[in-house]
Design a protein around this ligand. Sequence first.
Ligand code: FES
Length: 117
Amino acid sequence: MAETPFTAVAKTGDIPAGEGRTFEVAGRLVAVFFDGSGYSAIDDLCPHMGASLASGPLCDGVVTCPWHAWRFRLADGAWCDNPKLKVAVFETRVVDDTIEVRVAPPPAVEIPSRHDD
Ligand code: FES
């Protein structure tokens, strides 16, 4: 099986330190953050009610959801209040002045067949 390729999303300098931005990659919304020294990427959709995590404040490697303040660690995507719940984390790299992320397509959703009996 072919390895998922990296996708260019922005130039260095496009994301101010301490902030995030949302990009659509491989059919998913991805939140890319810059902490002042490096880049991190997680699933942009908060698992609580779907807010964009990229618009939440970032502090000490933790982003706080702007709607109801759930907090997620960028290192592993864990919800700080219950680390068993995680959002997806994506690999990032910088090539020259371009920020790239490696994002696999979302898992296929199986829709159960309808039974009328
Ligand atoms: S939508 Fe994120 S905490 Fe509610």
